[in-house]
Design a protein around this ligand. Structure first.
Ligand code: GLA
Length: 547
């Protein structure tokens, strides 16, 4: 690593205190109230078998948590259902009016056990739901903050109808075989990092045909297509049920997938879809387990051009060491279906995916857990990608997750950092906001063609961090023309003026300097670089050799 002459002079001390990372505290609204009725005496153990619903609000919107309980001889079994899937209840006990059980949750490929204790209060159950904690050492971004929730009150009831698939009894699920490993041939797609839009970050599972069409309209007419955005990707939540012969339908929010794909194609765009190698997706919908060929054929018939394939419940069936074979199975199925499809693996950076992703025919693979629309989450994920740079290249890309630009949780400067960093990484640029209603500032970030050109450079080299003083970090990415992209990031909570000697960046010749956010020329690389960089902001430059 080059040693930089890096002198950092603070020019403005911000008066605002650094932003705290908000703890995700989800609704206390379910706390038992005094009018819930007196607790039953411990001597007469009531039967709490049945379906119990707790409703509360959260930053993700209305949250419904469903407990299906069976009590037999004081032993509790059943399931806890969150909007991201069902989890079995094991080792439960009911003693008098108190109960406790263990919930087995999926967390980015780990199965985690979480204890739940609760009380019967009148005709309600008061309990603190179990949420998955951060996966230990999962991916280079480390642990995302855990969800927390205070006690909620559950009442007997019927869950709101949804298109989620019924719970799976994993102990009884017939096991399908995995193929012997071989190298699936490369599909020749994604010679530069895929660009597009995906429904998840903004809409989660509340996605439908009209929204996807509206997004496609705006991409096509609002300047995004012109800037390079191509794929309109439907994430989790489109699935309905399988029929007797295993054919999966979309749910009523997507009345005609083929017509939708035709519509997106008619705009000169491509369309993508989402599934899992497990029986259930992370959102609890039908996955492709045991139906890989059937599903791949159906996607091809619909005209899908991109598949995001998300590990999720596969962790209840297979180990990380089986992951390559499980992903190969769908890689083969896509190849057999005969339609060129960008194959995007989503398994949170587990099992050294960067070393075998191309062998299963993948064009990109997730390298981290899920991004959140917060500077700390984005920065933790993004800056860690430097270690994976050598695995990126034409046709196969590291994917540090989709963009949060425009979703409201970061400042404009922070979103510029997000976009610049993803471009330096040569990451897929998959917008995740409601682009039908974005501000001019968001549009300007997402459609900055000078920054996009760095991401889309045909050499396909992943940029790397040259130096990180803790406050200022400098990245470099060589480009096909011989130009060099440089990004100077400010991690600190104050505006800074770094002073960097060009020579220490390994630049022995003279380059013309172009500022890719100001869209202005900035002289030549003689002397030092010294410009103010805002707190959490970036200066991104393109250097062109002076001949
Ligand atoms: C996982 C993925 C997300 C999204 C959801 C859908 O969390 O990492 O990107 O696809 O599942 O349920």
């Amino acid at each position: 690593m080059n040693r930089l002459l890096l002198v950092v002079l603070p020019i403005v001390w911000l008066t605002a205190t650094p932003k705290p990372i908000p703890a995700l505290v989800i609704g206390q609204s379910g706390t038992a109230s005094s009018d819930s009725g007196p607790a039953k005496p411990a001597s007469s153990t009531p039967d709490i078998s049945g379906t119990w619903i707790a409703k509360t609000t959260s930053p993700m919107g209305e949250l419904e948590i469903v407990y299906k309980l069976t009590v037999h001889d004081g032993k509790i079994t059943g399931s806890q259902s969150l909007p991201f899937g069902d989890s079995p209840i094991v080792d439960g006990r009911l003693t008098g009016d108190a109960f406790q059980f263990t919930v087995e949750l999926e967390s980015f490929g780990d199965i985690q056990k979480r204890e739940v204790t609760g009380k019967i209060v009148g005709d309600t159950l008061v309990l603190t739901p179990a949420f998955p904690g951060p996966p230990p050492g999962n991916g280079p971004d480390g642990a995302p903050p855990a969800f927390h929730m205070g006690p909620v009150t559950a009442r007997r009831g019927t869950p709101t109808p949804s298109h989620r698939a019924p719970s799976v009894d994993y102990a009884k699920l017939p096991r399908t075989s995995l193929p012997a490993l071989y190298d699936v041939s490369a599909n020749g797609l994604a010679t530069t990092p895929p660009m597009g839009w995906n429904s998840w970050n903004k809409f989660q599972t509340h996605i439908d045909d009209a929204t996807v069409r509206g997004i496609a309209d705006v991409i096509a007419s609002g300047g995004m297509k012109d800037a390079g955005y191509q794929y309109v990707i439907i994430d989790d939540g489109w699935q309905g049920a399988r029929d007797a012969s295993g054919v999966l339908s979309a749910n009523p929010s997507f009345p005609d997938m083929k017509a939708l794909a035709d519509y997106v194609h008619s705009k000169g765009l491509k369309i993508g879809i989402y599934s899992s190698p497990g029986p259930r997706t992370c959102g609890g919908f039908e996955g492709s387990y045991g139906h890989e060929e059937q599903d791949a054929k159906m996607y091809a018939g619909w005209g899908m051009d991109y598949l995001k394939y998300d590990w999720c419940s596969a962790s209840r069936i297979w180990r990380d060491s089986d992951m390559q074979a499980a992903y190969q199975k769908m890689g083969e199925a896509i190849e057999k279906a005969g339609r060129p499809v960008v194959y995007a693996l989503c398994q949170y950076g587990r099992a050294h995916v960067q070393t075998w992703g191309t062998k299963v025919g993948a064009n990109l693979w997730r390298t981290t857990g899920d991004i959140r629309d917060q500077y700390d989450s984005m920065a933790k994920i993004g800056f860690a990608q430097t270690t994976l740079a050598d695995f990126a290249g034409p046709g196969h890309w590291n994917d540090p997750d989709m963009l949060e630009i425009g979703n409201g949780g970061m400042s404009g400067d922070e979103y510029k950092t997000h976009f610049s960093l993803w471009a330096m990484i040569a990451a897929p640029l998959i917008a995740g906001n409601d682009i039908r209603n974005m501000t001019p500032e968001t549009r300007a970030i997402l459609t900055n063609k000078e920054v996009i050109a760095v991401d889309q450079d045909s050499l396909g080299i992943g940029g790397k961090s040259l130096n990180n003083s803790g406050e200022i970090e400098v990245w470099k990415k060589p480009l096909v023309s011989g130009d060099i992209a440089i990004a100077v990031f400010n991690h600190s909570n104050r505006d800074m003026r770094p002073v960097i000697s060009w020579k220490t960046l390994g630049l022995d010749e003279t380059y013309a300097v172009r500022d890719l956010w100001a869209h202005e020329d900035r002289g030549k690389t003689t002397g030092v670089f010294s410009e103010p960089v805002t707190s959490h902001g970036v200066i991104m430059l393109r250097l062109t050799k002076v001949r």
